[in-house]
Design a protein around this ligand. Sequence first.
Ligand code: 0PR
Length: 382
Amino acid sequence: MQDKPRTKAEVLARLKTALKNDERYKNGKIFCSMCTSPPLFAKEVHKLFLESNLGDKALFSGSSQLEKEVVATLAQLLHGKTAVGFLVSGGTEANLLAMLAARDQASTQTPEVILPESAHFSFHKICRLLKLKPVFARLDSNFRVDTDHVEQLLTKNTVAIVGTAGSAELGTVDPIDQLSVIATKNDVHLHVDAAFGGLVLPFIEYADNTLDFDFKLEGVRSITVDPHKMGMSTIPAGGILFRNNTYLKYLQTETPYLTEQTQYTFVGTRSAASVAATWAIFHLLGREGFKKTVKKCMQLTMFLASKLEKAGFEVLLRPTLNIVAFRYANSKMLADNLRRRGWFVSYVPRLDCIRVVIMPHSKRRHVVGLLRCINELQRQNV
Ligand code: 0PR
């Protein structure tokens, strides 16, 4: 820290330089992120609640009420009549709390968790932290977890089975209905990581119910659902829901000198700003608004997938959610070259493919621009 204070203008000038080096969603070139630009109104609401701390609920009872209402809305969307939960720092913390509850409700000293090979990398961190042994289940030809293999991997030490509703790499939804049957039969905690898909799937009408993923299924005990992804909210806004309040005791920590005597989240001091922003978005858009946004994303996703197919690329699967994955002779090189030209897509080494996430900030003209650049590189054979 320098000795003398600086002027606001000096400080701002330096900050603006930093901001210039950040990519902006509105430029439409970010196709590798699951976050997006929140509606302007949500950003304004965020600012109103900057000082409010959900780590001290009685001091900020208004904000605390907003959190309860956001959780109630999420619970309603996910058919959780008795569900309880919290808004947390993100999908990682949400998954962590679910795994903590799963581990501590079981009595084994050598806990194991069955994860699909496609599980988000947050589970790798969580397993290290909670000393859980990760056991990986194979995927089937549609990149969904092979439920026969899950069943084979069950042991007396299994404390949880994880299924993903909207995998980070491909946007696939595991057969949660079948996992629910297995979990119920074996009395094991089934956690659904719907960090991404949890605010997409409820707004798509599917012909069948094989994509059911929520508390409608009796084996599902907890769900991660993040407003800062397809909820379009400000960061940090993750969400964790439990089927009912019996799981809360595993999360509980005494906070004797605070205005409330218990905390359930991992993070202590917690901003209410993104909670208020989430509340605002839910009310501003309603189900209709979400349906419209999701529909636009899905239409653009299908448009991109079909154009890529026509151009001769191998599209790995018909998109379930708003993610397209495709291969090229040298996918890594194509991703690098796109990036050099300012287009941000992800290269997924595990599947040797390129992943394109179509978020609400992606417009048709941006997708057309991306396709043009891909086609150019393809023609130049680079
Ligand atoms: N579960 C799933 C299915 C996820 O996709 C993610 C994150 C998480 C859990 C963890 O959530 P948090 O990152 O909120 O803790 N998925 C994104 C991803 O890995 C995170 C992300 C978002 C990465 C925006 C980059 C980015 O620019 O792709």
